[in-house]
Design a protein around this ligand. Structure first.
Ligand SMILES: [Zn+2]
Length: 388
């Protein structure tokens, strides 16, 4: 009989071993034992279970030198799929990955409606379609993580989505009634931060990822865990006040950071001032390339406001790595250098500042990886970012 304690220890050992296998890509039983300080007998017993469950596979290495060919263990990427969903304004995007986070399939659906019932119906329909389409291996879809651009509580209830005007909806419960899969709801900035940590920044233990699009959100990973605050709403950094009695914000305050440093506000302001019917990122890029003086000055001013919030973030959290996910930073040459030039305080400390390179699918890849983490029951993942 396994007692409660023994079962708990077994679970922890299993996580340790799986984490090591995922981290190394390929590793022998002997090296797992060395790396985890677990006995060879414990490792062998756990590995036998994981092989039975089809979660790992064995590969015999070809060896030219004399000696035994080591048998290597790796995660069985093909035993299941993960589904990550990004519920963005006017577009819902779906990504299927294998168990190593490699892209298998993606699609986006335009959705003009903001009504909860409409979006719920699309999600139910698509999740069930994908559940059926991706059932050709042992586990099928191992879990679904849905990223919401708004406040998501620790209980995974959606508290508020500004652009949809959703208040207190229980998306998880509504989906679980209509779908058979394991479903989790997360905030989009958290999923971006998770993607950066899992796919690119393996070495860091404290990472901030600011997503700068229609608003500004912050995902924080400290000691391999999200920093969520009391209710789960931490990271609403766009509503930090940077200008007293400044521009009014939809949150009810004045002078919020995102009224000065979000991309939406930047593009909208130029559209209005120049009396244009639309003003897009590619319009902006064209003007930058043409050397439009007024636009370049506006961009420098934008960078300055961005640096104010960034300075505050750094002083609050003393992060190791900061990732900024924004299109304007990607298209404006030397944006990072210009930004760093404003961070001259002798108090501010961080090691690395970079602009996200994962692109539009960051949120969904983070969501896929988060579903894999839930499924494998490991504390963190280190995966390689690979396109299909
Ligand atoms: Zn605000």
């Amino acid at each position: 009989m396994i007692t409660g304690d023994a079962a708990y220890i077994k679970k922890i050992n299993r996580s340790l071993i799986l984490e090591k296998i995922v981290e190394e890509g390929m590793i022998s039983r002997a090296d797992i034992s060395k790396a985890t300080a677990l006995t060879r007998a414990t490792v062998s017993a756990q590995v036998a279970d994981l092989l039975d469950e089809d979660l790992i596979i064995e590969t015999q290495l070809e060896h030219t030198s004399v000696g035994r060919k080591p048998i290597m263990l790796s995660l069985n990427a093909k035993s299941g799929y993960s589904l990550g969903i990004d519920v963005d304004y006017s577009q819902i995007s779906f990504t299927i990955s294998d168990l190593l986070g490699k892209l298998v399939f993606e699609k986006s659906i335009e959705c003009k409606s903001r009504a909860y019932e409409d979006i719920l119906q699309i999600l139910i329909e698509q999740i069930n379609l994908l559940d059926e389409a991706y059932s050709d291996n042992r586990y099928g879809i191992i879990g679904v993580v849905i990223a919401i651009h708004g406040l998501v509580g620790k209980d995974e209830k959606v508290h508020f989505v500004p652009r949809f005007l959703w208040r207190s909806v229980n998306l998880k419960e509504d989906l679980e009634k209509a779908c058979k899969l394991d479903i989790h709801i997360e905030n989009n900035a958290n999923m971006s931060a998770f993607a950066e940590r899992v796919f690119l920044h393996h070495e860091t233990n404290s990472l901030l990822c600011a997503t700068i699009h229609s608003g500004i959100g912050l995902g924080m990973i400290m000691d391999n865990q999200f920093f969520r605050g009391n209710d789960g709403f931490a990271g609403e950094i766009g509503h930090m006040i940077v200008v007293p009695h400044g521009r009014p914000c939809s949150c009810g305050n004045e002078g919020c950071w995102e009224q000065y440093a979000s991309e939406l506000v930047f593009l909208e302001n130029i559209k209005e001032e120049r009396n244009l019917s639309s003003f897009t990122y590619s319009d902006l890029e064209m003007l930058v390339n043409e050397g439009d003086q007024e636009i370049l000055e506006r961009l420098d001013n934008y960078i300055y406001y961005l640096s104010i919030g960034l300075n505050n973030m750094i002083n609050m959290y003393n992060p190791d790595t900061i990732i900024l996910d924004g299109e304007i930073l990607r298209l404006y040459p030397d944006s990072l250098k210009k930004l760093e030039a404003h961070l001259s305080s002798s108090i501010s400390h961080y090691r690395k500042l970079s602009v996200s390179t994962l692109g539009k699918r960051t949120v969904r890849m983070g969501a896929c990886a988060f579903a894999i983490k839930h499924f494998l029951r490991v504390s963190m993942l280190n995966l390689k970012y690979q396109e299909a």
